[in-house]
Design a protein around this ligand. Structure first.
Ligand SMILES: [Zn+2]
Length: 83
C-alpha cells in the first residue's frame, strides 16, 4: 500500500515526518529540513494533486510514496479504494 494516511497536517505548508518516510519525501522532492520545530518535514504547500485543495492545519491528507502526490482526504480515500 503506497498511500500513506496522515491524521493531521501541521500547517498548510508542511507536516513533520519520521525517518522512515524521508527517502520517499526526497524522491518526491518534498523533503524539508533545517527547521527549529523538528528534523524532517514533508512539504505539501502545493495542495492536493487532483484538485489543488490546500491542506489546512489539522486536516487529514494522504501522501503517495510512488508518485509523490499529495492528496486531500476525499481524493486520498478515493485513490485508496481503487488500489
Ligand atoms: Zn483533492
Amino acid at each position: 500500500m503506497p498511500l500513506i494516511h496522515f491524521e493531521t497536517a501541521d500547517s498548510t505548508e508542511r507536516t513533520q515526518i519520521g525517518e522512515g518516510l524521508v527517502r520517499f519525501a526526497v524522491q518526491a522532492g518534498r523533503l524539508e529540513t533545517g527547521r527549529e520545530e523538528g528534523k524532517y518535514f514533508l512539504n505539501h504547500a502545493d495542495g492536493c494533486g487532483e484538485d489543488g485543495t490546500h491542506i489546512a492545519p489539522g486536516d487529514a491528507f494522504f501522501f503517495h510514496t510512488e508518485t509523490g502526490d499529495i492528496l486531500c482526504r476525499d481524493h486520498g480515500e478515493e485513490r485508496s479504494n481503487e488500489e
